[in-house]
Design a protein around this ligand. Structure first.
Ligand code: FE2
Length: 186
């Protein structure tokens, strides 16, 4: 089995949606990228499940968040150096690779820009999943997500509730980093 197929099938994070797997095949995604997208997609699904309980009044396009998490870095199939070095060339390229997916392509372009005042709940959640999978905590981003929770909570209260969940998710960060690192960049 190729490293690409192993990255798709290795037990661990939940499987990627079939329409995303098709795109990853088309762009010949590197195995490490596939592993990364599985991890962020899995964390996004955990956050959505938690939100459904913790913030039942919050309307979120679940399918869009899952698609966005599963594709956000797809431009790194082209800009492969950005798998191991910082860079943002993958963002516009990623949106272009997903142009057949209409509005869902936006996550590839926006996942690095959570500070935009008009970032949507869906965009904030994709970016949050892309941080907390490896245990990275970003105060300003978390404040914006906490503000979505509603339910009559005070801002500090919402922040603490979110913090509990993110602390729980981050506990598995080392195992996720090891999973991702086990797959080659090429
Ligand atoms: Fe990412």
């Amino acid at each position: 089995m190729s490293a690409f197929e192993r990255a798709l099938a290795e037990p661990g994070p939940r499987p990627l949606p079939p329409e995303v797997v098709a795109v990853l095949r088309r762009v010949d995604a590197p195995p490490r990228l596939v592993a990364h997208l599985r991890l962020v997609h899995d964390v996004a699904a955990q956050l959505l499940d938690w939100l459904a309980e913790a913030a039942p009044g919050l309307v979120v396009d679940r399918a869009a968040v899952l698609f966005g998490a599963a594709t956000h870095d797809i431009g790194k199939a082209v800009h492969r150096r950005e798998l191991s070095e910082p860079g943002s060339a993958h963002e516009a390229t990623g949106a272009d690779l997903l142009r057949d997916h209409g509005d869902l392509a936006r996550f590839a372009a926006t996942h690095g820009q959570w500070e935009r005042p008009d970032a949507t709940a869906e965009e904030l959640l994709v970016t949050l999943a892309d941080k907390v999978w490896k245990g990275k905590r970003v105060d300003g981003l978390e404040q914006r997500v906490a503000a979505l929770l509603g339910g009559g909570r005070e801002p500090w209260e919402a922040f603490l509730v979110l913090d509990d969940e993110l602390t729980r998710v981050a506990e598995d960060a080392d195992a996720r980093l090891a999973f991702q690192a086990a797959f080659p960049v090429d």
